[in-house]
Design a binder for this molecule. Sequence first.
Ligand code: NAD
Length: 285
Amino acid sequence: MSSKMIDGTAIADRVRKEVTAEVAALTTPPGLATVLVGDDPASAIYVRNKRKRCIEAGMHDLHRHLPADITQDAAADVIDELAVDPAVTGILLQLPLPPHLDAAALIDRIPPHKDVDGLTEASAGRLALGRPGLRPCTPAGVLILLDESGTELAGANAVVVGRSDLVGKPMAHLLLQRDATVTVCHSRTRDLQDICGRADVLVVAAGVPELIEADAVKTGATVIDVGIHRTPQGLCGDVHSAVRGVAGALTPVPGGVGPMTIAMLLRNTVTAAAMRATAPATKGR
Ligand code: NAD
């Protein structure tokens, strides 16, 4: 069979257009503070793209570039400053940070109503408890791709490969909230291919090129490939290209999950603008 390709580029374009219209209707445009520490080339590209899309959507770009050797205390001061700045609607601390910095401690200084990456302890707790809050961008984007593909989630066997705080764990919670029966696999999982083979919905975020082979996919399953890898032959995902002949619907790499991540960051920033109205006034935190 030939899989239906889920066009993440087109869906992300539509989300960004919707966000742009919502921003235009606000009296004060939201401000997004991206924080880049050091000069990691990949991080610099990611941040540049986020800032470009933020400006295109009519938001204020409140970028901060910090030196690679900044101390933990000085970086914390910057986050605290942004936390209380009324012009800042959302704060995104680009990861990974240089190894001398404690990323979790810095992330947790971001007030929950400005946490547009959805990575603070407070946002993760709200997600786990099913309470309203800002959700991590990549898994939130995956959920939209699943809905757009017409995949029924209630009662479906959903398998998530990967248990990172950024993708796998929040993805599992989001699917659980949509009444899927969720299995989470990770690097110590036995019989990975068998478990994947029972999935109606398979979300792969392992960071291992072409980990999931065609014979590990149930015929007609919806497969979302979060992985992205640069190889001498070009870009590839965590899912082998032969899965195209087995899955009912599949995201391409590139052009699947990737474009959705930035679109959801913009969507979260507009949501954060609405949350600001009800956020506690105490020093913005
Ligand atoms: P991570 O390295 O933090 O986590 C990987 C997870 O996969 C871990 O929980 C690990 O236990 C599991 N894993 C590793 N090897 C495995 C194996 N052989 N079998 C089963 N599980 C295995 O990575 P991450 O941040 O969650 O990202 C995963 C992938 O998604 C990476 O390729 C990353 O580049 C990509 N990614 C893409 C986007 C996007 O916007 N397209 C966003 C975030 C991450």
